[in-house]
Design a binder for this molecule. Structure first.
Ligand code: MLT
Ligand code: MN
Ligand code: ZN
Length: 298
């Protein structure tokens, strides 16, 4: 199974257009610190790729990765579809940018599909441009593509709704899911969880089974959003378990047999600065930060 990391930042990216904080300013001055919105590309077959989440950077993310560029036919794209972990705007705004396609697949859980159709009205808006094939994403592992080289299953994570959908839809914990992706030939698997509000027993089972885990690294610690003045809520209150601290994800991930990497870094996260001392702490725990353009083979 071949994966390409297309981006590793939380909503806003790094730098964020309206932000002059030290991290965003640092990323403007040092382009290697820039991070695009969190996304992955997953190869289902020779010349057939699925994007995991469709970010506002989707056009550049496709253009910058040779394997995702069109050809040899004039309108032949290797991008077959999009898999969604949730309905948040940073993971779905890119869908409208795919409207030049004849058609593409979107794999989503029922509450995510309903939010995109009912609240964002993407079905109505995009119908005059392209044909979207909606495919259900559930707990049962299913082949991602015809040839069956990759199987995918959703692990329900939480009922956290995007702000535009608060008060609508069900309260199922399938608003936000982690994806379990398994190569049927090698048996090796990836667990991708860019938004993690709760560490459930099912999630614990999934991390124990995985060979590689890419997980929510939005905030370093629980107080970070309050301390930096971006929110009155803590990290946990915003639906993102922090990395460090007593309810942090690091202590649960460190010691697993899987390779573990953090993604979806907010611009307040000190890990956005390559010189930050937090990198040494993470290293000591045996954990990594994912980087844009990283290639992972499983
Ligand atoms: C999140 O990850 O919590 C959301 O993407 C935040 C947002 O962009 O509103
Ligand atoms: Mn987000
Ligand atoms: Zn900033």
């Amino acid at each position: 199974m071949l994966l390409q990391v297309l981006g590793t930042a939380a909503g806003g990216g790094l730098p964020q257009w309206n932000c002059a904080c030290p991290s965003c300013t640092g990323a403007r001055a040092h382009p290697h610190r820039r991070r695009r919105h969190a996304s992955l590309a997953l190869r289902a077959d020779e010349g057939r790729w699925y994007l995991v989440n469709a970010t506002p950077d989707i056009g550049d993310q496709i253009e910058d990765n040779e394997a995702l560029r069109p050809g040899p036919g004039p309108r032949e794209s290797p991008v077959a579809g999009v898999v969604l972990t949730d309905a948040e705007l940073d993971h779905t705004l890119g869908i409208a940018r795919l409207r030049e396609a004849d058609g593409f697949d979107i794999l989503a859980t029922p509450p995510v599909r309903d939010a995109l159709l009912g609240r964002l009205r993407l079905g109505e808006v995009l119908a005059p441009y392209t044909r979207i094939e909606w495919r259900a994403l559930g707990r049962q592992a299913e082949p991602l593509d015809k040839n069956g080289t990759v199987e995918m299953a959703a692990v329900p994570v939480s009922a956290k709704k995007p702000r535009y959908a608060v008060g609508t839809g069900s309260d199922e914990p399938t608003w936000v899911v982690a994806l379990r992706l398994r190569d049927t030939a090698t048996g090796r698997s990836l667990l991708y969880a860019p938004a993690l509000a709760e560490w459930t027993d099912d999630f614990q089972d999934a991390v124990e089974e995985a060979d590689c885990v890419i997980v929510d690294g939005t905030f370093w610690d629980d107080d970070e959003p309050v301390r930096t003045g971006i929110s009155a809520k803590t990290a946990t209150g915003m639906g993102h378990l922090p990395i460090a601290g007593p309810n942090g994800t690091a202590r649960r991930l460190s010691g697993l047999r899987a390779r573990c990497l953090y993604t979806h870094l907010n611009n307040t996260n000190p890990l956005g600065d390559p010189e930050a001392r937090e990198h040494a702490l993470l290293d000591g725990w045996g954990l990594e930060v994912a980087a844009d353009r990283m290639v992972i083979e499983l």
